[in-house]
Design a protein. Sequence first.
Length: 324
Amino acid sequence: MIIQVRELRKNYMTYQRGASFRETLKSVFKRKAITVEAVKGLTFEVAEGDIVGFLGPNGAGKSTTLKMLTGVLHPTSGEVQILGFTPWKQRKKYVRNIGAVFGQKSQLLWDIPPIDAFYMNKEIYGLEEAAFRETLDHLVELLDVSEIIRKPTRQLSLGERMKCEFIMAMLHRPSVVFLDEPTIGLDVIAKEKIRAFIQEMNSQGVTFILTTHDLEDVEQLARRVIVVNHGEIVFDDSISALRGFLGAKKTVRITTESAALWDDIHGVRVLSRESETETELELDTDKLPLKEFIRLVNERHTIMDMAIDALPIDVIIKELYQGS
Ligand SMILES: Nc1ncnc2c1ncn2[C@@H]1O[C@H](COP(=O)(O)OP(=O)(O)OP(=O)(O)O)[C@@H](O)[C@H]1O
């Protein structure tokens, strides 16, 4: 296993602030310390060559975990071994073997072209010229950015900049790469390009940990999903197991000839309503088998159109967040 995490915990010490102006003023003189348990004992392993989606609602503890895994934050307790290193103890050696792309933070320099920043990284990592050029040429070709890397960074579009951020993170050929919201703010085409790049790097053996709120990223890239909520793992399995998590539930988009009501049918929940005749339903086939559902609807209405699908992954994730 390339990543081993045991009972990883992080408590933040912070000070309680008053709700009102008066209380806030009081707290300036007499502060009450409180402990925030951001990460409450995470245990997991990641195999070499995997792409793991690390999901959770806002404040679940994802960034805190990622900071500990990249070595910038000391945990309160617990153990992490990545590529044989303890990230926060052997940080200098460790960072030569990992890469990171943070969608909301840039590693490039605003006033200089990306190509100059790439050369800066070459010096920082002490990369040999021939190997550096070979990697750079390969990455530039894959991402189709030969013109772009010579323009000042501040002139680049977000999509162009993100491609360069990826090159910056991959130049020293890391074997584990952490991605935090790598496609945030990108248009559909740029997202596709970035995802294809991640897949290509993965096929060359790079292991990825991917934190994102974009479930398309997860569906297209991750083979495994770890969901955290309130600092704890609430789900850790394959993407297909995630789909099966709500088991028997399906979505049914149905159009009837006349106005239809659905609330009285056991096992059926209205997800959205286009009009009196067009509705999207959630059907729990454990409670009401599909055959029974169709028979029941046929008794009451004339079906004009109907499409049945597995529950979308965002609905499953929402239920996971709410259920835990
Ligand atoms: N420096 C800090 N001091 C005190 N509390 C903190 C600090 N950093 C984070 N927290 C708290 O720890 C918890 C976990 O935060 P964290 O940023 O890890 O969540 P997250 O899952 O990354 O959220 P998001 O999706 O919004 O980025 C939150 O309750 C947050 O308010």
